[in-house]
Design a protein around this ligand. Sequence first.
Ligand code: GLU
Length: 175
Amino acid sequence: MCGIVGYVGSSDACSFLIDGLRRLEYRGYDSSGVAIQAEDRFDVTRSVGRIDSLAGQLEKTPARGCLGIGHTSWATHGPATEANAHPHFGGDGEIVLVHNGVIENFQVLKSELIKKGYRFHSDTDSEVVAHLIAESLKHTPEVADQPNLRFLNAVQAAVRQLRGTYRSEEHTSEL
Ligand code: GLU
């Protein structure tokens, strides 16, 4: 039972995410990670073991930005390694994803995505979802005057192809 935390606002995302992940430690985990949006890319930092180890890495190599996601994971596919820790990239790095649960049909989806040229860097089922959203975006048209709707439609189209679990309870806090 791992944890997900997200932040968008005007403050430093990294400290919010680390604090949020510490609060989720009671749920148990074997690795953790954060992705923070920099100007034209996502900075992803992942670590095996305690949140302190992730926080230590971020002290050495800070990731600055006001939008980010964080994750504590119990690896269900492959060993607990940095490569299997979340977040995972999708496409050419335009997508970053964290996921709680298990994608039952990931092997079929993975084979199809590999045939289309997607390259995988982990043993996880979750990485499939990141690439699937990237692929779905290619086939999802813009919606006039609503740029965010294209992304939402692409995510929904990708999710429709998934079998398994990918939900968690939700908490929102305002700063
Ligand atoms: N199935 C995913 C993985 O192995 C997510 C596990 C979890 O819920 O932490 O990476």
